[in-house]
Design a protein around this ligand. Structure first.
Ligand code: AMP
Length: 192
């Protein structure tokens, strides 16, 4: 099973990805997680990405496409994967199409989580508070001001990625405003 999760930051992609991992036994490939790991490790990619990520902007297509191209070659991604946070631009979607066709594999579904954007800042603030309470690191970009920039980047560059997949018949729209369990149910139903 090869899936893409689309939706603005705070839409619940990460939360639902964990449930997909459990159900299908395929890895979650989060470009945000990979980039944060690169920043933490101080790799050349991390050094290039750090300031852009902290400002809430998008890391360049070349960097992100390179990371995904390497990651989907790893052994655990052979039988499938859940792309979380990628593709975020049409150029990334086109690059992914090329990668998959070169490998001779196909996407199974693109799940788009549709949410009321006015509710997202509240979700992000809660996510930061929960992380803090659990003694986990709080993401610097989970700050209301930076979040605005992330949402702008989504509306400018990423919102057009879902229409890109419309013609493929693989795009499934999920109401991301429902309680978490209901969203999961709708998602599994869409994949059945
Ligand atoms: P996320 O964890 O998906 O919210 O991503 C955190 C940050 O990583 C984003 O705000 C971007 O700066 C960067 N990032 C993650 N995925 C991508 C991508 N596919 N294209 C460009 N930048 C990305």
């Amino acid at each position: 099973m090869r899936l893409i999760l689309l939706g603005p930051p705070g839409a619940g992609k990460g939360t639902q990805a964990i449930r997909l991992v459990e159900k299908f036994g395929i890895p979650q490939l989060s470009t945000g997680d990979m980039l944060r790991a690169a920043v933490a490790a101080g790799t050349p990619v991390g050094l290039k990405a750090k300031a852009v990520m902290e400002s809430g902007g998008l890391v360049s297509d070349d960097i992100v496409i390179g990371i995904v191209a390497d990651r989907i070659e790893e052994a655990d991604a052979k039988k499938g994967f859940i792309l979380d946070g990628f593709p975020r631009t049409v150029a990334q979607a086109e690059a992914l199409d090329k990668m998959l066709s070169q490998k001779g594999v196909k996407l199974d579904a693109v799940l788009e989580f549709v949410v009321d954007q006015t509710a997202l800042v509240g979700r992000i603030v809660r996510r930061a508070e929960e992380a803090k309470a659990a003694g986990q690191p709080v993401r610097k970009d989970d700050d209301p001001e930076i979040f605005k920039t992330r949402l702008e980047a989504y509306n400018r560059d990423t919102a057009i990625v879902a229409p890109y997949y419309k013609g493929t018949g693989k795009l499934k729209t999920i109401d991301g405003m429902k309680p978490i369990d209901d969203v999961s149910k709708a998602m599994f139903a869409a994949l059945a």
